[in-house]
Structure formats: structure tokens, C-alpha cells
Design a protein around this ligand. Structure first.
Ligand code: HEC
Length: 198
């Protein structure tokens, strides 16, 4: 009797074990799908951000400067001037953040004009180094914060026009003065939650 009990006990334990492996597998499959979907979402967001940034730099800032209409100045709020391309992205990211949908993005660099634009975490630093080495693909990962999983992608930010290079090389606070056209100047980090908050 005791023996039969032990045998049945083992069978039940084995089934529970198989069940939980299956559950873990299903959960990890679901997580994998989450990440694949998130990679596409980040790609879409980045494509729009990059297109807007390039168009703003070439068709607004450069064109208006060439025609002596108005220039882009860091102190644009105090002057009759356009915001710099980086400020344009910061302004839009501030507006997006205020919507409280969990989406955040910002510009950063290993050679920033301002310290606040330096990578803040190990992940950001590693990501910037990775996209500097290979700008063709983003550096991505899932980060846990306050019990919530965030998908984060870092894309290379390149000197798409000569004005990027001229201004950074000439800026008194820029630690790097030898940028060239198409160089990776930093990165755009995009982050959003993979699930609803607790
Ligand atoms: C007229 C000057 C000017 C131009 C043009 C310009 N930048 Fe900047 N950039 C700045 C300044 C100033 C900051 C810091 C803004 C801040 O944080 O308030 C900045 C910030 C950045 C940052 C964040 C890291 C840092 O240096 O603080 C990156 C990356 C960047 N710019 C890349 C670019 C690229 C790429 C272009 C061209 C598409 C560009 N910039 C055009 C002046 C310029």
C-alpha cells in the first residue's frame, strides 16, 4: 500500500514537473514573441524620429540658414531663432513623456556637449559602444525596473549633414572636435514597457 502510494506520488510529481516545464516554455515563448514585436515597434518609432530629424535639419535649419532667413541657436527661446536639431528631439520627447504612455526617448553620446547627455547606465554605455562599432543595427535588451519590463533599443545617431559636424566641432564644450560627415556622433535610446504596470 505504502509502495503504491509512493509510486503514484512520483507519477503525480513527475506530471507536475512536466507541466511546469511546459508552462515555463510557454511563458518564455510568449516573452520571446513580446520581444520580437517590441523590436518592430522600436524600429517604426526610430524610423519616424530619424526621418523627422533629417528633414528638420536639412529642410528647415540648413535651408533657412543658407537663405539668411533664420538660424538655429542654442538660446533659441531668447532669440528669434530655430531650436537646434537635438533640442527639437528633446522637446518632442518631453511632450511624449507628458502623455504618460510609457514611451521615452533621448539623445546621448560618449562625447557629449552636456554631461546630462552621457550614458546613465552600463546598458546605455555598452549600447553606444556597440552601435559606434556597427551602426547598421540597434543594440537592444529588456530591462526590469520597479517590477516592470522595459524594452530598450539604442540606435546610432550619425552626422547626416555637414551642419552636425561643423557645429559640434566648434562648440566650446564639445570634448570631440574631429567629427566627419557620416560619423556616429551618439545614439538615440528608445524605451517602452512590455506590459501594463503592476
Ligand atoms: C548649431 C549647433 C548644432 C547642430 C547643427 C547640431 N547639434 Fe547636436 N547638439 C548641439 C548642442 C548644443 C547639443 C546639446 C543640447 C542639449 O543637451 O541641450 C547637442 C546635442 C547632440 C547630441 C547629444 C549628445 C551631446 O553632444 O550633448 C547628439 C548625439 C547630437 N547633438 C548629434 C547631432 C547630429 C547628428 C546633428 C545633425 C543632424 C546635430 N547634432 C546638429 C549642437 C548642434
Amino acid at each position: 500500500m505504502t509502495q503504491r502510494f509512493v509510486v503514484w506520488g512520483s507519477v503525480v510529481a513527475l506530471l507536475l514537473c512536466v507541466e511546469s516545464i511546459g508552462y515555463a516554455q510557454a511563458t518564455s515563448d510568449a516573452r520571446e514573441k513580446d520581444v520580437v514585436a517590441a523590436e518592430r515597434v522600436a524600429e517604426f518609432i526610430h524610423t519616424v524620429l530619424e526621418a523627422d530629424r533629417t528633414i528638420y535639419t536639412t529642410h528647415a535649419v540648413e535651408r533657412m540658414t543658407e537663405h539668411d532667413v533664420v538660424s538655429a541657436e542654442e538660446e533659441w527661446e531668447k532669440e528669434t531663432a530655430l531650436p537646434l536639431p537635438a533640442q527639437m528631439l528633446m522637446l518632442s520627447s518631453r511632450l511624449v513623456k507628458s502623455k504618460e504612455i510609457g514611451l521615452e526617448y533621448r539623445l546621448m553620446s560618449l562625447w557629449p556637449i552636456y554631461e546630462k547627455n552621457r550614458p546613465a547606465t552600463w546598458f546605455e554605455r555598452t549600447g553606444l559602444e556597440a552601435v559606434e562599432g556597427d551602426p547598421s543595427k540597434p543594440f537592444t535588451g529588456v530591462i526590469e525596473k520597479d517590477g516592470r519590463r522595459y524594452f530598450t533599443a539604442i540606435y546610432a545617431d550619425r552626422a547626416v549633414s555637414s551642419s552636425c559636424v561643423t557645429c559640434h566641432n566648434a562648440h566650446p564644450l564639445s570634448p570631440k572636435k574631429n567629427y566627419k560627415l557620416h560619423d556616429v556622433m551618439g545614439g538615440v535610446v528608445i524605451s517602452f514597457p512590455l506590459s501594463e504596470g503592476p
